[in-house]
Design a protein around this ligand. Structure first.
Ligand code: IYR
Length: 222
């Protein structure tokens, strides 16, 4: 097995620690500014920008470097409409019996409901599919740590979208199988996440919620 290993020299980034701290702080502030946004402008995002966002997501690490993802970008208005209608149908059922009372209570402070106009208003949707297996020469080849890998790639995508000055929402209509049908994806591609993104609407309101502090999330063993 090891004879397949071929290496190339890698040059890591080098900064002195003052610069490192400044970069780390600035990057934290940049990312701390990110919010999930549900009100979009319909203004189109240039294709070259979208391409670079996907390129960034595609830099993610993945199990055995299988890169078990595919990103579908939907700017076609008819497809966006179809996706909105199907998503609202599922969401209506979820909000009227599918979700537990506890779940709905946990969501209540986000102000969400079954209506998903943003799926048509946002200039672009990215549907991320995970690939539990690839088909190689007609044979099924299993991928590894697929959820983790695709989750990481989605994280990178959200960072890239925010860094470009655009806004996004991680939307998970449940169930999401309709995305596989509407987008005519093959059997080995399963919908993972639906991300409407674009320019924000002129005035945007977000829920008044807060991030956990360091005492709550960091345990340091010195
Ligand atoms: N999928 C529904 C409900 C929902 C679920 C979670 I967990 C959220 O963080 C937000 C919403 C919806 O998109 O409205």
């Amino acid at each position: 097995m090891i004879e397949n290993y071929k290496s190339i020299q890698y040059e890591a980034l080098h900064f002195d620690e003052k610069v490192m701290l400044k970069r780390a702080e600035e990057f934290f502030h940049l990312m701390n500014h990110r919010r999930s946004v549900r009100s979009f402008s319909s203004r189109a995002v240039p294709e070259k920008i979208i391409e670079n966002l996907i390129k960034t997501a595609n830099t993610s690490p993945s199990g055995a470097n299988k890169q078990p993802w595919i990103f579908c970008v939907i700017t076609n208005p008819e497809l966006k409409r179809k996706i909105r209608i199907a998503a609202e149908e599922e969401e209506y059922k979820a909000y009227h019996g599918g979700m537990s009372e506890d779940w709905k209570k946990d969501l209540s402070y986000l102000g969400t409901d079954w209506k998903k106009e943003f799926l048509e208003i946002a200039p672009a949707l990215i549907v991320v599919f995970r690939k539990p297996y690839d088909i190689v020469n007609g044979q099924k080849r299993k991928n590894y740590y697929v959820q983790e890998s695709v989750g990481l790639a989605c994280g990178m995508l959200l960072v890239a979208i925010h860094n470009a000055g655009l806004v996004s929402l991680t939307h998970t209509p449940s169930p999401m199988n309709f995305l596989q049908e509407i987008l005519a994806r093959p059997e080995n591609e399963k919908p993972f996440l639906l991300i409407p993104f674009g320019y924000p609407d002129e005035k945007v309101f977000v829920p008044d919620i807060h991030r956990k502090n360091m005492e709550q999330v960091l345990n340091w063993y010195k």
